[in-house]
Write a protein that binds this ligand. Structure first.
Ligand code: ATP
Ligand code: MG
Length: 439
């Protein structure tokens, strides 16, 4: 029997001491997407298996090897391995293609792929993804890349290399696929079994195979940029010019094809130079909407892996700027004091001030120790004396300073003032530090 106390291989628990990292990244993603005018969407965790077969592509690693599938009744489903196919399905199911264009959508979601787990590669992972519909203009490609770059800047991640390529349109793709087929057929014996089977249907997939033998053979394969048509070439040049205008550094890497079949024209990746880890992948998918039964609607987007963002941020010592929101702790002795604390905590919470009190029945000393460990900014101890006089001491846990407060509505104002005073002090300290730093 499986060990029920172990999380499934390739999945991860997030514990309270790490949750701030997640909420900070999610918050930054939402803020950044909003700055560029993108609206959040949510889609189901599973979809018809055919959506991904047709959307992501039959000959991709994702569909051939990595999907979690299940049957319920007469229907076949898959847990979403990525967000783009689901987004396109959502756009089509809900007629969003009738909205004013461009349509700008984003998501923060879990994805599932049955890969071999290792650092930065999980079976359940999370993506921040952005999709832009309704424009084939090169300026849109640059805008999407700029959004990804802004997200990295906002998180304080440095040392990323942006690599871009154009993989052409279905017209020029034909010539390229033929050239690849010819090349790989001559090296057929060295390819892995999956790639042998791809040779007939989609030789371009071999370029993205992770097997070292296939990668070695792929090195000398024909380059897509030698086969793209004039329109695609002009488009790619315009994207590059626009990136230069925006001061976005990039290099052209003609071997990027990306792992999903729907891409056309521009594809790109942001790679952490130190680890060689891809944090973000994206590109254009001008044919996908019509391929899934919708109108001709050019589109593009990217997805970044949140686990890989955290790994990189931890390694680079980026700060997560989390807000410590533990404000007041009431330490109590006796039932009457406990009741009073519950009442006061409720008043404070109604005013948006976080407040807690003992729920375990511990001694006063143990409660104060707990408040200290948990990082409360203030404590109020309530026993019989305090109840009789209806006053207590509000203690600043950092400075040890105390001020008298009454145990009624007036405590709200007193705590509010104490918080403002603390915030002002912190602000002054920051300004002072900046002065020293800048002088
Ligand atoms: P890779 O080449 O690393 O397998 P991919 O091409 O399969 O990546 P995409 O499908 O483009 O990746 O997904 C976009 C991003 O999602 C990746 O750049 C990465 O940050 C993240 N990602 C993809 N697969 C995983 C995974 N199994 N575990 C964690 N993050 C992942
Ligand atoms: Mg992959």
């Amino acid at each position: 029997m499986a060990n029920i106390l172990k999380a499934p291989r390739g999945t991860m628990d997030v514990l309270p001491d790490k949750i701030d990292k997640w909420t900070y990244i999610e918050y930054t993603a939402r803020e950044t997407a909003n700055l560029f005018g993108f609206k959040e969407i949510r889609f189901p965790t599973f979809e018809s298996i055919d959506l991904f077969r047709r959307g992501v592509g039959e000959t991709t690693d994702v569909v051939q090897k990595e999907m979690f599938t299940f049957t319920h009744g007469n229907s076949n489903f898959a847990l979403r391995p990525e967000g783009t196919a689901s987004t396109v399905r959502l756009v089509l199911s809900n007629g969003l293609y009738n909205d004013p264009m461009p349509l700008k959508l984003f998501y923060i979601t879990s994805c599932f792929r049955g890969e071999r787990p290792q650092a930065g590669r999980l079976r359940e992972f999370h993506q921040f993804g952005v999709e832009l519909f309704g424009t084939a203009e090169p300026s849109a490609d640059a805008e999407i890349i700029l959004l990804a770059k802004t997200m990295f800047n906002n998180l304080g991640i440095k040392g990323l290399r942006l690599e871009i390529n154009s993989i052409g349109c279905p017209n020029c793709r034909k010539d390229y696929q033929n050239a690849l087929r010819e090349y790989f057929t001559s090296k057929q014996d060295g390819l892995c079994d999956t790639c042998k089977s791809r040779l007939g249907r989609n030789p371009m997939r071999i370029l993205d195979c992770k097997s070292p033998e296939c990668q070695k053979i792929a090195e000398a394969a024909p380059k897509v940029t030698d086969y793209i048509c004039d329109d695609c070439r002009t488009h790619f040049e315009a994207v590059q010019n626009q990136l230069k205008n925006l001061n976005v550094d990039f290099i052209v890497n003609t071997s990027i094809v990306r792992g999903l079949d729907y891409y056309t024209r521009t594809v790109f990746e942001f790679i952490d130079e130190k680890r060689g880890l891809t944090l973000c992948g994206g590109g254009r998918y001008d044919g996908l909407v019509s391929q899934l039964g919708g109108p001709e609607l050019p589109a593009l987007g990217f997805a970044m892996g949140l686990e890989r963002l955290i790994m990189t941020m931890d390694e680079q010592g980026c700060s997560y700027e989390t807000e410590q929101n533990k404000t007041v702790y009431f330490a109590t002795i006796g039932d009457a004091a406990s009741k009073k604390a519950a009442e006061l905590a409720l008043k404070l919470r109604t005013e948006g001030i976080s407040a807690e009190y003992d729920l375990v029945g511990r001694s006063m000393k143990a409660q104060m120790k707990y408040a200290n460990r948990k990082g409360f900014a203030f404590t109020v101890a309530i026993g019989d004396n305090e109840l009789n006089s209806n006053t207590a001491e509000l203690k600043n846990m950092q400075t040890g300073e105390t001020i008298p407060v009454t145990l009624d509505d007036k405590i709200i104002e007193a705590i509010d003032n104490a918080i403002v005073k603390e915030t002002m002090k912190e602000l002054e300290e920051t300004i002072e530090k900046d002065k020293i730093f800048n002088s």
